[in-house]
Design a protein around this ligand. Structure first.
Ligand code: AMP
Ligand code: ZN
Length: 508
């Protein structure tokens, strides 16, 4: 996948930092160093998380196809991500420890095969393995580089996070509070707020403010955020110059990005839109203040949230899907991948069952075309480069702030009339295979064969819930019971709520 720099096409990406679309250029010519915020491994990753991860994957694969040498790093957060971290001060409980308690209490959790569910290390290992398994099924390339490019936070505390915190204290950007916690001083970094547009005046504590008031007494400014949490009771704990405890979530990514990418300034940093504040705002502050550089990442790219059937995903609404929920329902991972990348990353994506069906038929069309080219050419493939008109148009769309739908339109136009732009089936096969470096929909598992899926299972549960509600409204309790039994037999837990019946697929 190497090309000379002169072949590299002009690329424009939206940069959250400058709030504008900018020409993409790298610190080192021809090379991209990219960091993607990865999963917090306290539960199975859901399809929203995977929207963010597949976005990172498409970005990497596009840049590779365009000729860049890409080094991608995605972390595994296995300590320090607090339940209240959205409000910037490390309040609440460590998600790993909370999960360990939850799993210990609830043997019904579906993860009974964790040997020690009350041990956060065992929980982290279990969900890391589950994440990697799901990610590989979805052709997320970084999952194949787990040993080198997927740092686990717990492995970087001593050699990376503690030294970075010490540097921040030495440079007067951080302080040890009376309660032993170490905080970053937001007033010490005038750029704080640039990424998210939050000024220090707006970041006030208490009700209606952006930050929680819990540790107010020991903080100099309500917006100061946690770098080190003193805690002798947590199972995951380390010695530090500030006592036994564990690191804050934000310092983890600053430290791991620097350690693994081996750079003070990187080219791209990604995450979901909820990461912009506080997580990425805090990362910028920590990284710039410990390295002395004006930038941490040149480009900050964020995916908008995924919604399900138009609403926020939530377990109580029964519209919360993990990848394995969908695979269990017979949906091919390749269809899930396609569904998750087909919408523009800067618009909310509405995950629907109809959308999955459309994705399945789109994938099938691409596979049918490839199968036809393979048959006609006797599996002969010629060489094509990025100057081939189809590849060029495909790349140009992606170079326009990752316009995936435009790029897919190029693919469908091409497979409809392959003779217009290619002169032989082996050339057409080469084109579609090259494009598949980005899409990854052709060969996995099934070769060019049918894409199996059974979306109806989900629709069936929706229809039955409606039937149950109608029966109950008509006081037809015999039918209501029958439908409820039917749903149970199909593997659903059925709950009656004010909004109506909710059926949630039981985990295997
Ligand atoms: P977490 O495991 O909570 O640390 O999240 C992992 C990644 O998933 C982060 O980049 C989040 O911003 C992203 N994310 C979480 N929920 C959604 C969603 N509904 N849609 C898109 N991205 C999400
Ligand atoms: Zn992060």
């Amino acid at each position: 996948m190497t090309q000379t720099n002169t072949d590299i096409l002009p690329i424009n990406f939206y940069n959250t930092l400058t709030h504008s679309v900018e020409p993409f250029c790298t610190v080192e010519p021809g090379k991209v160093f990219m960091y993607n915020c990865g999963p917090t491994v306290y539960d199975y990753a859901h399809i929203g998380n995977f929207r963010a991860f597949i976005f990172g994957d498409i970005l990497r694969r596009f840049l590779e196809l365009a000729g860049y040498d890409v080094t991608q790093v995605m972390n595994i957060t296995d300590v320090g991500h607090m339940t209240d971290d959205d409000i910037a001060d490390g309040g609440g409980e460590d998600k790993m420890e909370a999960a360990a308690k939850r799993l210990k209490e609830s043997k019904k959790s579906g993860v009974a095969d964790i040997d020690n569910p009350d041990d956060p290390y065992a929980v982290a290992e279990f969900f890391t393995d589950a994440f990697l398994e799901d990610a590989k099924k979805l052709s997320v390339a970084i999952a194949e580089e787990h040993d080198t490019n997927m740092p686990h936070a717990t492995a970087f505390v001593e050699n990376s996070m503690i030294p970075m915190i010490q540097t921040l204290i030495d440079n007067d950007h951080a302080y040890v509070a009376d309660d032993g916690a170490v905080y970053f001083s937001v007033e010490s970094f005038p750029e704080y707020g640039k990424l998210s547009g939050n000024t220090l005046d707006h970041i006030r504590g208490g009700a209606g403010g952006r930050v929680e008031d819990t540790h107010q007494a020991s903080k100099r400014h309500p917006g100061d955020f946690l770098l080190w949490k003193p805690d002798t009771t947590h199972i995951m704990k380390w010695d530090s110059p500030w006592g036994v405890g564990y690191p804050g979530w934000h310092i983890e990514c600053s430290a791991m990005a620097r350690s693994v990418l081996k750079r003070d300034v990187i080219d791209i940093h990604t995450g979901g839109e909820d990461n912009i504040f506080p997580h990425h705002e805090c990362e910028i502050a920590q990284s710039c203040c410990s390295t002395g550089q004006a930038h941490f990442a040149k480009f900050w790219m964020h995916t908008r949230f995924l919604l399900v059937e138009g609403t926020k995903m939530s377990k109580s609404k029964g519209n919360f899907y993990t990848i394995r929920d969908l695979i269990d329902q017979g949906i091919d991972p390749v269809v899930i991948r396609y569904e998750l990348f087909k919408a523009h990353y800067r618009s909310n994506m509405n995950f629907t069952m109809q959308g999955l069906k459309d994705s399945a038929s789109a994938v099938q069309k691409i596979r049918n075309a490839a199968a036809k080219f393979a048959d006609q050419s006797g599996n002969q493939i010629t060489q094509v480069d990025n100057n081939h008109p189809i590849i060029k148009r495909f790349l140009e769309c992606l170079a326009d702030d990752l316009n995936v739908s435009g790029a897919l339109a190029v693919v469908f136009e091409f497979i409809k009339n392959p003779d217009e732009d290619t002169s032989t089936p082996s050339e057409a096969l080469a084109v579609i295979e090259k494009i598949d470096h980005v899409l990854c929909v052709l060969k996995q598992k099934h070769g060019y064969k049918d894409v199996p899926m059974s979306v109806h299972v989900v629709n069936e549960s929706e229809a039955l819930c409606k039937q149950l509600d109608e029966a109950r409204a008509n006081k037809d309790y015999a039918t209501a019971d029958k439908v409820r039994d039917q749903l149970n037999e199909m593997g659903y837990d059925v709950k009656t709520t004010k909004e109506g019946t909710i059926a949630t697929k039981r985990l295997a």
